[in-house]
Design a protein around this ligand. Structure first.
Ligand code: HSE
Length: 419
């Protein structure tokens, strides 16, 4: 039986998961591929750190990257180090050496995707990246393979487990943001520096990749409006509870008549929304295609084995296509993104004071809106009709100016709503 040798770059959580999976399911993988898939070299800076892990005789740690990239017996490189500079050099080197590459590195894809995909194609090998977006949910393969006969019109997802865990706890237990974040950090769900998750940057890179796949052009993450969850409060969830709604961090992209919108933001949704019951650290994604209609996918978006499962699926597919490039990805042509001001929503807005005093002005600025009041609060909320974000901003600013002119504090919160 042929053996395909792999160089694994990095040996962190996902890499160890990949290593374990390939060992534990070795027979199954042999039966499915007809080849022996073998991790032969593991590139790490400091092998002593991993002395507690026993490697099979066929595998060894290397500290010189060239031992992986310049070894002709190695046909595949699996990059699981993360970061962009060194990882890019390694992936570039591997592709130029005509080695297939599998990566879980969304930052690398978001930054140099088209260049590396083109390089793979020119060298007759593959660059695969299923594990870069939503870990255990096979959304990349779904877009380029299962839905290949569709024009994708909409992708909406809960793409970040950390923020979904925080929002779920706030919703279910009435807790404040900071308390839940500290708890999530203590449990190891949230990083010490949680910005990438809570500010929406992680979800932004994921939707950039998915929108790029859907449009086949480069959707740059810099062009995607990104708002995290740090301003969501326990009071917002009190209103949400009364309204029978919830608040979720969505990554969204819509494609209509060649125009593309993309954003990451907290959105208030009702129980009817299929993403309403995606809770805790789970991810969920709704995809619409012009022939398909709507499909939804649910699962673990991160974690050792779910992500390793995606890496190994890519390894298997690359093994099955070892001597050719399978077209996949997007070009470096820039996809324009509609300004956020042109995107339409309804809006949940909390306003200081009592509704009775403000009813007339609110109608004047926002049109007729639904009103929500909580007992014993010196504030109330409205749910506006649908309008563009530009219209909303203009109305909110005019309303605030008027409120401030009478020394009143105006708008306290605005959350987009899909109700
Ligand atoms: N930190 C991410 C999440 C996983 O919480 O979903 C990696 O993208």
């Amino acid at each position: 039986m042929t053996t395909i040798k792999i160089a694994l770059l990095g040996f962190g959580t996902v890499a160890q998961g990949t290593f374990n999976l390939l060992q534990d399911n070795a027979e199954l993988i042999r039966n499915r591929t007809g080849v022996n898939v073998e991790i032969s070299k593991i590139f790490v800076r400091n092998p002593d750190k991993y002395s507690h892990i026993t490697l099979p005789e066929t595998a060894q740690y290397v500290t010189d990257i060239d031992e992986g990239l310049k070894d002709d017996s190695i046909q595949m490189v699996v990059e699981l180090m993360g970061g962009t500079n060194f990882a890019k050099d390694c992936v570039e080197g591997a592709l130029k050496a005509k080695k297939n590459v599998v990566t879980a590195n969304k930052d690398l894809l978001a930054e140099a995707g088209p260049y590396l995909l083109d390089l793979a194609s020119k060298n007759g090998v593959d660059l695969r990246f299923e594990a870069s977006v939503l870990g255990g949910i096979p959304i990349i393969r779904t877009l380029y393979e299962s839905l290949a006969g569709n024009r994708i019109t909409e992708i909406i997802g809960i793409m970040n487990g950390t923020t979904n865990f925080i929002l779920t706890k706030m919703s279910e237990e009435g807790l404040e943001y900071n308390d839940v974040l500290s708890d999530a950090q203590a449990k190891g769900y949230a990083e010490r520096n949680p910005d990438a998750d809570v500010e929406g940057y992680d979800a932004c890179r994921k939707i950039a990749i998915l929108a790029s796949l859907a449009t086949e052009k480069t959707v740059s993450y810099d062009d995607i409006y990104t708002e995290g969850i740090t301003k969501i409060t326990d009071i917002d969830f009190k209103y949400a509870e009364k309204m029978g709604t919830s608040i979720k961090l969505f990554g969204t992209s819509r494609i209509k008549d060649g125009k593309v919108s993309a954003y990451v933001a907290p959105v208030m949704i009702s129980k009817n929304n299929p993403l309403y019951s995606v809770n805790d650290v789970f991810n969920g994604i709704v995809v619409k295609g012009n022939m398909l209609g709507t499909s939804m996918f649910y699962g673990s978006g991160a974690g050792k084995l779910p992500t390793a499962s995606a890496v190994v699926a890519d390894i298997i597919e690359a093994v099955q296509n070892i001597d050719k490039n399978v077209p996949l990805g997007w070009t470096d042509e820039k996809q324009e993104i509609l300004p956020m001001d042109q995107t339409k929503f309804r809006y949940f807005i909390r306003v200081a004071g009592s509704y009775r005093n403000k009813e007339q002005e609110l109608n004047e600025y926002f049109g007729k809106a639904e009103v929500v009041e909580l007992y014993g609060m010196d504030e109330f909320a409205i749910l506006t009709k649908e309008m563009t974000e530009g219209e909303l901003k203009a109305a909110a600013s005019a309303f605030d100016t008027k409120a401030q002119s009478r020394s009143e504090y105006g708008i306290k919160q605005m959350i987009r709503a899909a109700l």
